[in-house]
Design a protein around this ligand. Structure first.
Ligand SMILES: Nc1ncnc2c1ncn2[C@@H]1O[C@H](COP(=O)(O)OP(=O)(O)O)[C@@H](O)[C@H]1O
Ligand SMILES: [Mg+2]
Length: 346
């Protein structure tokens, strides 16, 4: 696992990472219980104390300016790691560091570290009787900003999250999507370098998801580092530059997404037809052909050494048979293929 300690951006890394997790392990202990006899049952019952390992030696290093997608099924440990990164939870072993623009590193639980990052929890609490502006004032004050400073930031912030019209509207009238967007504005109130978002798209309809994705992408373009979790692979494929995958508390891998997806051709799909409507399955190299609406298709599996040779062989046979090649399309792996076939060392 030592290779995972390397930066997730691989060769693109130029400056020291801004979010670092070093061998983070988190164990939750539940105390034992004694259930006393009830009128129905005359026995004492004992429940043993348990230990739940939510994170096991997780090491990560996210360079400045990356949009990092933290993927994993429910219960994998995403929220637990996020809470240790933002300093809400102390790791049982290991530590998390946040680095500022001058390159100074602060342990996650320090105030310096907390001021460097904006955080949107998985289940934020919204004071429904506040308006969008009052909500931002409330959060800005918690961070020690003065009202004048906050009020100057409210219009551009609300504009950025598409809520300009809702400035004086009470949160109780907001849709789930609007609440999520005002939550994003809250995380940005002190103009932090780093944004940590726990499942920012969860519970939204497809349009809401897309709006939040677009806002995250736009924020990423301003140079901020964004760490967000999701259990939906598509979210990651659409907006991330780097990705990590966690399962049962163990980081399975992390790396730049273009490297993972871009280079892995899974197969080549060749669509063609033969002269005089001949059936290609009579031709040795074309035995695997399947009929389609307008001709035939062959999928040549990507065997690293033979792909080029096999594709050329199919094309040659088609042309020899006076056929027409309609298209040759590489099929690339999706993140899903990589994660679930386990073929991704990430
Ligand atoms: N406070 C806690 N006490 C005991 N177990 C917990 C606590 N918080 C989380 N867990 C357990 O740790 C595991 C990881 O949880 P979590 O980090 O919330 O997962 P995710 O965010 O990936 O869905 C789960 O099995 C969860 O039940
Ligand atoms: Mg979670």
């Amino acid at each position: 696992m030592s290779s995972l300690k390397a930066s997730v951006a691989g060769e693109r890394e130029l400056s020291p990472p801004v979010i670092v997790a070093e061998e983070v392990t988190k164990r939750f202990r539940t105390p034992g219980h004694v259930h006393f006899p009830s009128p129905r049952s005359f026995r004492f019952r004992f429940e043993k104390p348990t230990v739940k390992v939510a994170l096991e030696g997780v090491s990560l290093a996210i360079p400045r300016g990356e949009i990092f997608g933290f993927l994993g099924p429910n219960g994998a440990g995403k929220t637990t790691l996020i809470k240790t990164i933002v300093g809400l939870l102390a790791p049982t072993e290991g530590r998390c560091l946040i680095r500022d623009a001058d390159g100074r590193a602060f342990d996650s639980h320090t105030r310096e570290a907390k001021l460097k990052l904006g955080y949107l929890p998985e289940q934020p609490y919204y004071h429904e009787f506040l308006t969008a502006e009052e909500f931002l004032l409330f959060h800005g004050r918690l961070l020690g900003l003065d009202d004048k400073e906050i009020l100057a930031k409210v219009p551009p912030l609300l504009k950025r999250v598409g809520l300009t019209q809702a400035r004086h509207q009470k949160l109780e009238t907001f849709s789930k999507g609007m609440l999520q967007r005002v939550g994003l504005a809250q995380a940005l109130i002190h103009d932090p370098d780093i944004l940590v978002l726990d499942e920012p798209m969860s519970g939204l309809d497809p349009i809401g998801r897309r709006e939040v994705r677009e806002i995250i992408t736009a924020i990423g373009e301003t140079g901020k580092t964004i760490f967000f979790s999701t259990h939906i692979i598509h979210d990651v494929e659409v907006i991330c530059t780097t990705v990590g995958y966690i399962r049962e508390g163990v980081l399975m891998g992390a790396g730049p997404i273009d490297k993972l997806l871009g280079k892995t051709v899974r197969s080549m799909e060749i669509r063609f037809s033969l002269a005089d409507g001949r059936d290609p399955r009579e031709v040795p190299a074309l035995k695997q052909a399947r009929k389609t609406m307008d001709g035939w298709v062959i999928e040549v599996e990507a065997d690293a050494n033979r792909l080029e040779y096999d594709v050329q062989e199919v094309l040659r046979r088609v042309l020899d048979g006076k056929g027409t090649v309609r298209s040759v399309v590489p099929r690339r792996s999706t993140l899903e293929d990589l994660l679930f076939t386990g073929s991704a060392p990430l």
